[in-house]
Structures are given as C-alpha cells and as structure tokens.
Design a protein around this ligand. Structure first.
Ligand code: ZN
Length: 138
C-alpha cells in the first residue's frame, strides 16, 4: 500500500469565504501515483471546514445567510467563548459544515457524482490556515 500526505495552505482575505479546492486535491492524487484507494481531506483548524457540494454562487450565498441565522457573528458579546476573542460563531459554523471529507479514488481520479466538488470553508479568515490531504491505496 502507498500513502501520500500534503498540507495545502489558504489565506482567505475576508472573515468568511468558500474556496473550491477540487483541482488542488486532484493534483495531490496525481502526485501520489495512487490509482485505487481513499482520499481524506480535512481542515486543520477548528474555525474552518472542508465539505462537498455544488460550485454554485447562489448556494454559497444561501449558506452564508443560513449560517448567520444559526450562529450570527454579532453581537460578539453574546457568546461565552468570546472572552479575549471574537470567533465563537466560527467554531459553530465549522461544526455544522464539517471537518473533513473522504472520497474514493478510482482509476486515479476523484470518484465523484456529477456536481460534487470539494470546498474549503473559512469562518475566521485573514490568516494562513492549513488543510491536510492524506491518500492511501495502490
Ligand atoms: Zn475561538
């Protein structure tokens, strides 16, 4: 069995944002030389997510509105976590949108449904953060 590990770095210039990272993950599979196996992609920070869904800007706007209803950023003082920081909402948004995805690798490709794409979800940005890609197989 082969294994491959890589950290992808992101620096989203706003507090929140969604980044399609499908190409970067496929590049990792290409570099790994693994044709059949599994690919794990996880955020290495507790205020960011990795998830799979449609690359459609209306949906991303809807996520933003929905997440703000569930865990509004303001008022910052409404959260016990926000003593000396202001990112309690980001922890909750990350919890809802998830930490990681696992995708089958078949014939050297991400074995996706038609509209599936991998996204990095940032909820407390304006700093460098990492995503781990781990691929196992042969
Ligand atoms: Zn925090």
């Amino acid at each position: 069995m082969k294994s491959y590990r890589k950290e992808l770095w992101f620096n989203v210039p706003s507090r929140r944002g969604f980044v399609n990272i499908t190409r970067e993950v496929q590049d990792c599979i290409d570099a790994s030389g693994i044709a059949e196996g599994l690919c794990l992609v996880n955020a290495m920070h507790i205020t960011a997510s990795v998830f799979i869904n449609d690359d459609e800007s209306g949906l991303h706007h809807d996520y933003e509105v929905w997440l703000e209803k569930l865990a509004p950023h303001e008022p910052v003082s409404g959260y016990r976590h926000n003593v000396g920081e202001d990112n309690a909402d980001a922890h909750m948004k990350r919890q809802i949108m998830g930490r990681e995805v696992v995708v089958a690798v078949t014939a050297g490709r991400l074995d996706f449904g038609t509209w599936e794409r991998i996204f990095y979800g940032e909820f407390d940005g304006r700093r460098k953060k990492r995503v781990l890609v781990k691929i196992i197989g042969e």
